[in-house]
Ligand binder design. Structure first.
Ligand SMILES: CC(=O)N[C@H]1[C@@H](OP(=O)(O)OP(=O)(O)OC[C@H]2O[C@@H](n3ccc(=O)[nH]c3=O)[C@H](O)[C@@H]2O)O[C@H](CO)[C@@H](O)[C@@H]1O[C@H](C)C(=O)N[C@@H](C)C(=O)N[C@H](CCC(=O)O)C(=O)O
Ligand SMILES: Nc1ncnc2c1ncn2[C@@H]1O[C@H](COP(=O)(O)OP(=O)(O)OP(=O)(O)O)[C@@H](O)[C@H]1O
Length: 530
């Protein structure tokens, strides 16, 4: 039997629950979900205080939802849920087979446990009537950055705002590091109810394609949904780009969202607008885009970033700037501003907030984070081809300087993107150093070789002058990059961003690219930015 100790995800889970919950008996919950009570402990009818589909984070008074996963059945871990204080269990027919005949808790079954998880959480935590206004951002890249910007604008408007995404779940100064980009529905409804209880008025949230596939955002309604872009990633889950797109498109339906703002600079964004099922406004970076409602105009370099106007076809305009480098951050900033506008904030109030506190220049941990200026040394989270290309183009060497990139690919995930990431690095950099990312359960050497093979082919066919190195471990690769650099070069360490450990065969190995890069710069006599 496993009982979790303080400091574990289970201890953190306590902070993600509301203080008060709707008084619901197990019997009432089962009736609401259409769950059928079985022969195990049929008379017991405990009062339910919470719900979880992760046995490791079950709290006393929870109903444990034992799902049939791709790898294991949750019911295999029923003993952990019991030890952690579960009072009842809902599972499927398959799950029953994993329970001992003398199982102590009342049990009910449904056909698909995942499909009822959000409804169960909504009923217990009361999120149908107490939930902050939700801003949901989806797309392959830019979700984290855009949600940070939305929060920053809303706070400039005086709105108490929470955040749910890859880096953290946070509200009112309390920060809990995230495990997933979008948490499981049971946890998500809990944290949203808890934020509502603390008078948090709005939440800027990342909506990953995994979350849409797995029903993690079921039983929620986004005031405004935003779309950034769609490029290759996660095909291990979705199979094809069209399926990946259809999954994202679920967010832009009346069941999920009330309004939408969509970037139409890729064909998938345009498809979303063409089939718009909720009131939708389109946005383009291209001032000449014929169909877009809103366009970015008067773009000018301003510090590391850009100043620009966001102008509607009808003449309405917002004028603003972002301090973050890269055209993609202009896209993220414009999307964030328009999502806030779409929520009903008057244009003049939004303009005042943009003027007063420069909210679109908010720093996002590990996203285009500048660690040194000479050489330019940047840590970024780019971990697919499109992001790598854009991040590399945004990192500008001085006169005669070269671009040096250090990156790898993750294990156990979309393996098809690896050679292309290598090729993209060659097209956009002068020195390519392939290293380890998160190997997860895979042997890291073949992952590096697959990335390097794509790079080698591009060198042979397109840019023979590019240098290619294959160096593990990652800290050594970063140090090697700095050892090659001159003051006019630019170094990009990509792929891990804010993360502070690498997952190597299930072990967390401490590693922070920002620390490694700063240490290497100091070692070689360069100045770092604190
Ligand atoms: C591919 C994917 O998303 N898988 C999710 C899915 O896993 P699964 O269906 O295979 O479930 P499983 O691992 O077989 O486990 C079944 C049940 O047994 C339990 N279990 C399982 C094993 C164990 O040792 N102990 C244990 O208790 C699990 O808690 C679960 O209740 O359901 C699990 C339970 O909720 C999730 O933890 C798991 O997320 C895994 C950990 C994951 O890494 N997901 C990533 C890829 C993800 O969701 N990423 C997106 C962002 C992607 C991006 O944009 O970059 C995200 O939103 O975070
Ligand atoms: N609009 C964009 N278009 C293309 N690339 C972008 C865009 N915004 C950010 N990027 C790149 O993608 C990386 C990840 O950005 P961000 O964390 O904001 O996206 P994300 O969608 O949250 O990613 P993930 O889902 O992997 O957490 C950045 O570090 C940057 O290199």
């Amino acid at each position: 039997m496993v009982v979790q100790e303080p400091g574990t995800p289970r201890a953190l889970e306590r902070h993600l629950r509301p203080q008060s919950v709707a008084e619901t008996s197990f019997e009432e919950l089962c009736a609401a979900l259409g769950a059928v009570r079985g022969s195990l402990n049929p008379a017991a009818n405990p009062l339910v205080r919470g719900v979880s589909l992760n046995p490791q984070v079950v709290q006393p008074g929870d109903v444990f939802l034992a799902i049939s996963g791709a790898r294991r059945h949750g019911a295999e871990f029923a003993a952990t849920a019991v030890a952690n204080g579960a009072l009842a269990l809902i599972t499927d027919a398959q799950g029953l087979a994993h329970l001992p005949a003398d199982f102590q808790l009342p049990v009910a079954t449904v056909e698909n446990v995942r499909a009822v998880a959000a409804a169960a959480a909504q009923r217990i935590y009361g999120t149908a009537t107490r939930c902050p206004q939700l801003f949901g951002v989806t797309g392959t890249n830019g979700k984290t950055t855009t949600t940070f910007m939305i929060r920053s604008i809303l706070e400039a408007l005086g709105t108490e705002t929470g955040l749910v995404g890859t880096i953290e779940m946070s509200a009112r100064g309390q920060i809990i590091p995230s495990v997933l980009t979008t948490p499981e529905s049971t946890q998500l409804h809990g944290v949203l109810a808890s934020m509502a209880e603390q008078q948090v008025d709005a939440v800027a949230m990342e909506v990953s394609s995994h979350s849409l596939s797995y029903g993690r955002v079921d039983a929620l309604s986004f005031a405004v949904a935003g779309y950034t872009n769609l490029t290759q990633d996660h095909l291990d889950l979705h199979g094809t780009m069209q399926e990946y797109f259809e999954t994202k498109a679920q967010l832009f339906t009346p069941e999920r969202s009330q309004r939408a703002v969509v970037m139409v600079d890729d064909a998938y964004g345009q498809q979303l607008v063409d089939r718009a099922l909720v009131p939708t406004e389109s946005l383009s970076l291209d001032a000449g885009h014929p169909g877009a409602d809103w366009r970015v105009e008067n773009l000018q370099h301003s510090g590391l970033g850009h100043s620009f106007n966001i102008t509607h076809r009808d003449g309405r305009t917002l004028s603003t700037r972002t301090g973050l480098p890269g055209m993609f951050n202009v896209a993220n900033a414009a999307l964030a501003a328009l999502m806030v506008l779409a929520s009903g904030v008057p244009l003049h109030a939004l303009q005042q907030a943009l003027d007063a506190s420069d909210p679109l220049s908010v720093a996002v941990p590990g996203r285009m984070q500048v660690v040194g200026e000479s050489p330019v040394a940047v840590v970024d989270f780019a971990h697919n081809s499109d992001a790598l290309a854009k991040a590399l183009d945004s990192v500008r060497p001085g006169p005669g300087g070269r671009r040096i990139i250090v990156f790898g690919a993750t294990g156990d995930r979309d393996t098809t993107k690896r050679p292309d990431m290598g090729a993209v690095a060659v097209r956009h950099a002068d020195i390519v150093i392939v290293t380890d990312d998160d190997p997860h359960g895979e042997d890291p050497a073949p992952i590096r070789e697959q990335v390097a093979a794509g790079a080698a082919r591009a060198i042979e066919a397109e840019r023979p002058e590019v240098q290619l190195h294959n160096i593990a471990p990652r800290a050594k690769a970063v140090e090697f990059a700095v050892s090659l650099a001159g003051a006019n070069d630019a170094i990009l360490v990509a792929g891990r961003g804010h993360e502070v450990s690498q997952d190597v065969a299930g072990m967390d190995v401490e590693l922070d690219d920002r620390v490694e890069l700063a240490n290497a710069l100091k070692l070689h006599g360069f100045v770092t930015i604190p």
